[in-house]
Design a protein. Structure first.
Length: 122
């Protein structure tokens, strides 16, 4: 019996690599710009996590549950380094780290659901 894995490692690595780079750029830009930190950092980084989940699920197209699971991993893991850097720079209180991590996992999962939907349409 040939069962598929829960996640596609190659697609997940690509999503994490690109997402981590974008998250780091966003965190560092917000560190040096008070306007970005106040108005755009949280929603911008949420959008990065959601987009990585979307692209992962659209690339793999293994179903909604697997798309959401892979999207959650991609969204959460790509934000991890950005969260650590943001905490180390003093831009994020330590109490907010697990809350923000949960937000990024959730947005990645939602992006994965929409990515599977887009894969179904094409």
């Amino acid at each position: 019996m040939n069962r598929r894995r829960l996640v596609d490692n190659r697609a997940l690595r690509r999503a994490i690599l690109v997402g981590t780079l974008l998250q780091l750029i966003a965190v560092l830009a917000a560190h040096f710009s008070a306007w970005l930190e106040l108005h755009a950092l949280l929603f911008g980084t949420m959008m990065i996590s959601a987009t990585m989940g979307y692209l992962y699920a659209q690339d793999v197209a293994w179903g909604y549950a697997k798309g959401a699971c892979g999207g959650a991993l991609a969204g959460g893991l790509c934000a991890l380094l950005g969260l650590v850097v943001s905490g180390a720079l003093g831009d994020l209180a330590p109490i907010m780290l697990p809350i923000r991590a949960a937000i990024f996992v959730l947005t990645g999962a939602v992006g994965g659901i929409y990515g599977q939907m887009a894969a179904d349409w094409s």
